[in-house]
Design a protein around this ligand. Structure first.
Ligand SMILES: NC(=O)c1ccc[n+]([C@@H]2O[C@H](COP(=O)([O-])OP(=O)(O)OC[C@H]3O[C@@H](n4cnc5c(N)ncnc54)[C@H](OP(=O)(O)O)[C@@H]3O)[C@@H](O)[C@H]2O)c1
Length: 298
């Protein structure tokens, strides 16, 4: 089947709380890199046309200045581009955002710890996305312990959930013991961490534990890997290259197919500003890896 006829539905579905999504989604961090707003809007619409109904974002995905230090001109917020492209939103679209970090054009990156700061970030996401309720909010943890204990930060979000501003909660950049710490405060529907075929494989066990508990594991930088914000490195690893050659696909598609083969609860959110890459990434939802491929990629 030609690449652009494969839709995200080929990846199968997973349920985040009460919201069912295709396991192949889209990460919106990269769309702000494009100074041409119309192209970013077209890319988002194309993603939805290709069956994407799970989009990851954050109010601090803003260029120039925010997560990606690229471009010039007035700020382009991913959350606003999503609203312009997709509102009124399709019924089945789930937008996952994150709080705990913020970006201010004057102050730069800010960390949000107090209930008031977290509430302000939830409200910023609601405003920029043009929604009354956020589908999924990930509490994004930083490197340090934070000025306010995790249970209090998560508790503050649980209160906003109880108030109806948030439908479901998740955690990002989290360790297994931190998932245990928040148990009983509110359900965690997803964990979003840096993980890929050759990145942070010490989390293999955490991925398995999330599956056992019915929690989605949503790796970021599944394509970029250790290339992180700079993007996918030219060097894709010999095993990835070999499997790609054998299937006649790109190494990036192998990385995404590998991601989806890690369990029915593992969701892909690849990011790109390139429409051809978008179609290729979604087509990876239909790429079957053999047991031998998976062994070679271990
Ligand atoms: N929770 C967190 O702390 C956190 C942190 C970072 C990101 N995230 C989320 O995770 C998402 C995924 O990360 P990411 O956007 O960096 O995506 P990624 O998919 O891991 O990597 C994107 C990089 O790979 C390139 N790429 C993508 N598809 C490609 C293809 N088919 N062929 C060749 N190159 C390709 C992109 O360049 P092109 O644009 O040229 O395609 C870009 O440089 C983000 O969008 C964001 O939503 C979360």
């Amino acid at each position: 089947m030609p690449t652009d006829e494969i839709t995200a539905a080929a990846a199968g579905t997973w349920t985040l709380g009460d919201r069912t999504v295709h396991r192949m989604g889209f990460g919106s961090m990269r769309i702000t890199a494009n100074p041409d707003r119309d192209r970013a809007v077209a890319l988002l619409r194309r993603a939805v046309d290709l069956g994407v109904n799970h989009i990851d974002t954050a109010a601090f995905y803003v260029s120039p200045g925010g997560t990606l230090q690229v471009g010039s001109g007035p700020p382009r917020y991913a959350t606003e581009l999503i609203r312009v492209a997709l509102a009124p939103y399709p019924e089945d679209l789930v937008i996952a955002t994150k709080v705990g970090f913020g970006y201010d054009p004057v102050a730069g990156f800010t960390e949000a710890f107090t209930p008031a700061q977290l509430r302000a970030q939830v409200e910023e996401n609601l405003r920029r996305l043009g929604r009354d309720q956020l589908d999924v909010v990930n509490l994004r943890l930083g490197r340090g312990p934070g000025a306010v204990p995790l249970v209090d930060r998560f508790g503050a979000l649980a209160e906003l959930r109880a108030a109806g501003l948030i439908r479901h909660l998740g955690l990002s950049n989290v360790r297994p013991e931190q998932l245990d710490e928040v148990a009983g405060i509110a359900p965690v529907v997803c964990v979003q961490n840096n993980y890929g075929v050759d990145a942070y494989r010490e989390q293999d066990e955490f991925v398995r534990v999330c599956g056992e508990r019915g929690i989605a594991y949503v790796p970021f930088f599944a394509v970029a890997g250790t290339g992180r914000e700079s993007g996918a490195s030219g060097v894709q690893g010999e095993a990835v290259e070999a499997v790609a050659r054998a299937h006649g696909v790109t190494p990036q598609q192998v990385r995404l197919a590998w991601t989806l083969h890690q369990g029915p609860h593992v969701l892909a959110i690849p990011g790109t500003a390139n429409p051809d890459h978008l179609a290729q990434n979604i087509a990876a939802a239909a790429l079957p890896l053999t047991p031998q491929d998976l062994t070679d990629l271990t």
